[in-house]
Design a protein around this ligand. Structure first.
Ligand code: SF4
Length: 702
């Protein structure tokens, strides 16, 4: 390479499962090699800032551990014996097994399983086209969003909110239940801008003193699953002290008087006993948001990962409706913009081919499903064949022991299309090597912002890996459905169709523009034209079972969890795993800085930075247990047990322990990961996994 030639820059979007969906500028060294990755300075949300793990993406894309050849199992499941195969032979084998399954048990015995390993629409969602064409079992997508989105929808009636760039114009930014420094760094960019330029206060609410809280002016550490109690006490103070905006309440909300009466007993003292916060902390926070018109509530997913998470989300967002901060630029609330994009994926997903009689299976309940729990199988046959793309359920799904026991069933055939030899790939019958985002075409939308961003192929993949789209198309040919609508097209054809559905041109024209900013106008984003319910009002009294919302279970599954205990108004409900004598601690499985779910655990710098799987334990609890930093410690519950290393940490409430991850299973000394401890029972009312809601015992290991 000419040392003086300017480095070529390619433009794309971050494909990972992070609300920021950063616009990226990638240094292109040659046709196969990248250098550093930067945030696009001219994208108004990314604003030139990305997280460190993606900045050093060269470590991931050029990683010597990447899968490069299709492989077929040559020994017992999971024993590591493989033989290499050609792509032709591997795809033929998968098709042969799927056809045999179908003939023996019916089409519903095949379960294509995918998730958010890439958020690119084409490479992620094309699997539905094959599912629908073949009448394979449906996929009820619950694991990440259902608890949080349902709570938001119950209040606002639409999945949008104040422009997240407005955080830079706020006087108070409340970052609630999201460790933004770790998982969506751009939130910090805009919040810190407001502090520097306007003297804004940053409040962080979480279950431990994480890197985001360390940047806060006010940090509130509460017990997991008690956010609803904090929200109620804040609203109690707002009504009590004349800080509620009664004109706004009258115009924009359903039952402010009913709410006020309900909150009369939800005092700071009441909430203090539940949350672990002091009365003074609750009063100070309430006063701050009640007297600061431009208060922006940035509500994350983390605090909703409780069995009462939907209730907590609804309660937290209700504060903004009581103060009326929605009316001001820099004020209001935001959780996700997923409702604003309205891109037509019907051809990509083969929606027309869908047969409504086919059963759905809940993604989060893969453990019970694969171990043949009849209620989880929803009245249909056992699952005996799977294609897994873009996800690592043997590591990231709850009740890991069940997931792995199911995957080890001799009568289950599993093909896994992956970038690395993940915990799931290790248990496969056939492993196919997958491309990474820089090596294929795709298009992205930002749930945590307002951009649609093109992700064109920037470099050639190594010899071997193929795209998800290729695998779906090749299987369709072998399974006799490639003549059906939506098949036989290229990635760019699908991108053209999606872009045209939004009047955004085609792949070629959009490549020049790089992205589109589809932020709704201020009045609409702030719901000043009315909330999304038919009467235009914000609902303090949610209709938990009747409101149509994204994520509502299909009829074949129905509403889930303990619906009868969902409250009439915002409240605290003990729909959580309350600690008991046998399990005196509550465990949250929070994200690590250098990993993103199970991605990035293969990169050397990230792995080194994280060290080893640890358990954060309050020093007083550690003293009572006879633990010191570095000691081996077992945490367990009726679902299983895991050994970690203790780390004394005073930034957490007593009785609460934190395990940051997600580490690969074999990073733990017994070869099982943290999700051995998490539960797969469906939370009310639409399901979802309560990853941070686990009662556990904690014991020193000799
Ligand atoms: S902050 Fe999130 S979206 Fe941005 S580069 Fe990092 S992982 Fe990707």
């Amino acid at each position: 390479m000419n040392q003086h030639a300017p480095i070529r820059i390619g433009h794309t979007a971050c494909p990972h499962d992070c609300p920021s969906t950063c616009a990226l500028d990638v240094e292109l060294i040659d046709d196969r090699t990248i250098g550093r990755v930067h945030g696009a300075k001219d994208n108004s949300y990314t604003a030139g800032v990305i997280c460190a793990k993606v900045a050093r993406y060269a470590e991931r894309v050029h990683n010597p551990g990447r899968l490069l050849k299709p492989m077929v199992r040559a020994g017992a499941k999971g024993d590591g014996n493989w033989k290499e195969a050609s792509w032709e032979a591997a795809l033929d084998l998968i098709a042969e097994k799927f056809i045999a399954t179908e003939e023996r048990h019916g089409t519903e015995a095949v379960w294509p399983y995918y998730y958010a390993g890439t958020m690119g629409l084409v490479q992620r969602d094309g699997i539905h086209r094959l599912r629908h064409a073949k009448k394979y079992s449906g996929f009820f997508d619950t694991i990440c969003t259902n608890l949080a989105w349902t709570g938001w929808m119950m209040g606002a009636g639409d999945l949008r909110g104040a422009d997240p760039r407005e955080m830079a114009k706020s006087d108070c930014v409340v970052i609630w239940g999201t460790n933004a420094v770790v998982t969506q760094v751009n939130v910090m960019t805009h919040a810190v801008h407001a502090r520097k330029n306007r003297g804004a206060r940053i409040v962080v609410i979480d279950v431990y003193d994480n890197p985001t809280m360390k940047q806060a002016d006010m940090g509130l550490i509460l017990k997991p699953g008690t956010d609803g109690a904090l929200a109620c006490a804040v609203m109690h103070v707002l009504f009590r002290d004349g800080l509620a905006d009664r004109a706004y309440l009258e115009k924009y909300t359903d039952d402010p008087k009913g709410l006020e009466a309900h909150l009369a007993s939800r005092t700071p003292e009441w909430a203090s006993a539940i949350t672990g916060l002091s009365v003074e902390e609750i009063e100070a926070f309430a006063r701050l948001v009640g007297t600061t018109k431009r208060t922006f509530f940035r509500l994350g997913y983390g605090f909703a990962r409780q069995r009462n998470g939907t209730v907590n989300m609804h309660a937290a967002m209700s504060i903004a409706a009581v103060t009326g901060c929605w009316q001001y630029e820099g004020g209001g609330a935001f959780h996700s913009n997923s409702g604003i994009f309205r891109m037509d994926k019907s051809e990509l997903e083969g929606t027309r081919l869908r047969d409504p009689r086919i059963r759905h299976l809940d993604q989060s309940r893969i453990g019970p499903i694969l171990t043949n729990d009849s209620s989880a199988l929803n009245g249909g046959p056992p699952v005996t064949a799977m294609l897994v793309q873009n996800t690592n359920p043997a590591n990231v799904c709850p009740e890991q022991r069940l997931v792995i026991a199911g995957m080890k069933r001799e009568d289950l055939f599993m093909a896994v299309h992956e970038q690395f030899m993940t915990d799931t790939a290790k248990l496969a019958d056939v492993v196919l090597p997958a491309t990474m985002f820089l090596e294929h075409d795709d298009i992205y939308r930002g749930g945590g912002n307002q951009h649609i961003i093109l992700g064109p192929k920037l470099i050639d993949p190594p010899e071997g890996p193929r795209t998800n789209h290729f695998v779906i198309e090749e299987l369709a040919k072998r399974l006799g459905v490639s003549h059906m609508p939506g098949f036989g097209k290229t990635e760019r054809d699908h991108i053209d169709t999606i872009l045209r559905s939004r009047d955004l041109g085609t792949f070629d024209t959009f490549r020049e523009e790089r992205w589109a900013d589809v932020q709704p106008p201020f009045e609409e984003a702030h719901f000043l034209t009315g909330f999304g319910h038919p009467d235009g009002k914000f609902r303090f009294r949610p209709d938990w079972t009747g409101t149509p919302a994204p994520g509502k279970p299909p009829k074949s599954i129905g509403l889930m969890g303990d619906i009868a205990r969902l409250p009439e108004f915002p409240d605290h409900v003990d729909l959580i795993e309350v600690a008991d004598h046998e399990h005196p601690f509550r465990l949250a499985t929070s994200p690590a800085r250098s990993f993103l779910n199970s991605s990035f655990t293969e990169t050397p710098t990230g792995r080194k930075r994280e060290g080893r799987p640890e358990l954060l334990v309050h020093p007083a609890d550690a003293a009572a247990l006879g633990l010191a930093t570095g000691d081996r410690v077992e945490i367990g519950n009726r679902r299983g047990d895991v050994v970690l290393h203790a780390k004394l940490f005073d930034g957490v409430r007593r009785g609460v322990v934190i395990a940051e991850g997600i580490w690969p299973n074999d990073a733990h000394e017994r070869g099982e990961g943290i999700n051995v401890l998490t539960g797969s029972d469906a939370a009310a009312p639409y399901g979802g996994v309560a990853f941070h809601d686990n009662r556990v015992w904690v014991r020193p290991v000799d």
